[in-house]
Design a protein around this ligand. Sequence first.
Ligand SMILES: C[S@@+](CC[C@H](N)C(=O)[O-])C[C@H]1O[C@@H](n2cnc3c(N)ncnc32)[C@H](O)[C@@H]1O
Length: 260
Amino acid sequence: MTLTDEGHYGPKQLNLLKTIWGEGFLSPGGSDEIDEIVKNIDVKNLNILDIGCGCGGAALHLINHHNASFVTGIDVEPLVIQRAKELASKRGLSDKTKFELVSPGPIDFEDESIDMVFSKETFLHIPDKEKLFENIFRMLKPHGIIAAGDWMRVDDNPPSPQMKKYIKAEGLDMYMCSLERYESILKNTGFKDIQIRDRNNWYLEKSKKEIIELRGPLYQAAIDAIGPEETEGAIQIWEKLIGVLEIGEHRPGHFTAVKA
Ligand SMILES: C[S@@+](CC[C@H](N)C(=O)[O-])C[C@H]1O[C@@H](n2cnc3c(N)ncnc32)[C@H](O)[C@@H]1O
């Protein structure tokens, strides 16, 4: 979402998302949604890589509430990495986390060095899914786990005019693919025990509550965070978002799988 001319995930954008989604989170659902993604996984003592860690909320939650041993968060935006480091320090978790700025493209970690790859609402920004999953497979230890949430589409046909308008309003590069496509890429890459969960209903209901809050109790906080015009712009984006969730084309989802 580019609400201002600050580019992707600039300071105003981060302030708005913090107001709506909570400190450390650039995607909906906060810590409850992290719990939902990893609900069938024993995260205890795992060494985790969080791809597109944003402001660090998930990484810190995986340590504090799931007893992960260490989380390395990587992201392409310098400001979110700075915010993640600040939050880790504020919560006394700097020694169990590392947040690194990376360039888009292949992720440079050693083969078979990671227990679990976690990611939330980031893969939609990465166009070449096949290369991404090959890379993840390579970095995972044998029996390593991938657990991700992402914004997907109902199918892999060209987006409808309504969806195109929504994506344009967001102003971000979004390469959304279907849950089924993720399932087939995971299979072809060599993953097993693939579990896929569609979260459209959940986010449809939640986003309706979010817009009520944005128009009501959070309105002034949003204006303070980003300004009046941008707040109206954000409300319009949320209306478009609800529209594409309602027609079922926008399908947030989760998937988990194990390196065979
Ligand atoms: C919607 S935000 C989600 C952030 C975080 N996972 C969360 O849920 O709060 C998407 C994040 O992906 C990052 N991103 C975009 N392209 C990326 C890439 N190629 N590699 C790593 N991170 C990327 C963005 O900078 C942004 O922080």
